[in-house]
Write a protein that binds this ligand. Structure first.
Ligand code: BG6
Length: 300
């Protein structure tokens, strides 16, 4: 890495600051502050647990009941889902990347005040069942939050097929008061109805029950309109053909030990990735980059 891992670092003249500390459960984490915003990232899972613009409510939802235990997923923020999404027989849900402690490779405060940090998924026994690959994750904190997951197939002769997803949990004022735009006309797998394929016919999606949908061939920008918070959260993406929308609602919330019974009221997951029929098959030596830019603006 390019800067010291202890104490507070900032490039000369820069206004961005990075602090290394023990977070909840004594898991190592970084706190980042910029002239416009602050963010928190745990090394376990390279997991962004918070992004907040000054004078705004947090952009990301983090459960009050989340575990902060080595090897167990954090509930909220942005889990990095890779190399598979959902259930895989005999293996855990959503891949192993979200529970591994990633190596911090670079901390780069820029003269304009933004801060970028780069992580790499270390070698681990679980990866040996896959074609050799590297996974890098670049997080840039500024007026917005930009995430880049870069997967390279390191094999000389084998394809690498995988799924990925940046599983963002967003903080909302009230789940019944928000709407989600950018999905109209897309086909989706409805996980609440045994993966039946449906077509989205609503101009904007309102949530009034459990929702768990994998929108396919969904490359466009999605927006969450939150009139009570007076803001729009914009999810802009590149290198992503799937959008997942999830809210566990009442019954499922009660089944999750690391999630409060009422917390579904103030969160929604809008996830960007490449899953199911949109999984990626990478030729030998090739690289795939998933980029997600999360920004907020005032809703008037
Ligand atoms: C979503 C899935 O992406 O993640 C849901 O579509 C799942 O089916 C949810 O319940 C949470 O998953 P987990 O493993 O973090 O509880």
């Amino acid at each position: 890495m390019t800067t010291s891992q202890s104490g507070t670092t900032a490039a000369p003249g820069a206004l961005g600051r990075v602090t290394f500390l023990d977070g909840q459960g004594e898991l190592p984490m970084l706190e980042i502050s910029t002239p416009w915003s602050s963010a928190a990232i745990y090394l376990q899972g390279a997991h962004v647990t918070q992004f907040k613009k000054k004078d705004e409510p947090p952009m990301l939802f983090l459960s009050q009941c989340s575990r902060f235990v080595e090897g167990q997923p954090i509930r909220g923020g942005i889990p990095v889902v890779f190399p598979w999404f959902g259930q895989r027989e005999g293996l855990g849900q959503h891949g192993f990347a979200r529970v591994k402690t990633w190596d911090l490779k670079e901390v780069a405060p820029a003269p304009d005040g933004s801060v970028s940090v780069r992580f790499r998924l270390p070698a681990c026994p679980e990866a040996s069942d896959f074609t050799p690959f590297t996974a890098d994750y670049l997080v840039t904190v500024s007026q917005s939050l930009t995430l880049q997951l870069v997967i390279t197939n390191q094999s000389n002769d084998a394809e690498f097929t995988f799924e990925n997803c940046l599983h963002s949990y967003f903080e909302v004022s009230d789940i019944t008061a928000i709407s989600v735009s950018g999905l109209n006309g897309l086909n989706y797998l409805d996980k609440v109805a045994h993966f039946v394929e449906q077509t989205e016919t609503n101009e904007t999606l309102r949530i009034a029950s459990e929702v768990d949908r994998v929108y396919q061939n969904a490359t466009g920008t999605v927006e969450i309109l939150d009139p009570r918070f007076g803001r729009i959260i914009r999810i802009e993406k590149h290198g992503s053909a799937s959008t997942v929308v999830w809210n566990p609602w009442t019954a499922k919330s009660r089944q999750m030990p690391d999630f409060g019974d009422e917390e579904f009221e103030r969160m929604i997951c809008v996830e960007a990735g490449n899953v199911a029929s949109n999984s990626i098959s990478l030729p030998p030596g090739a690289t795939s980059t998933l980029t997600v830019k999360l920004a907020t603006e005032t809703l008037t």
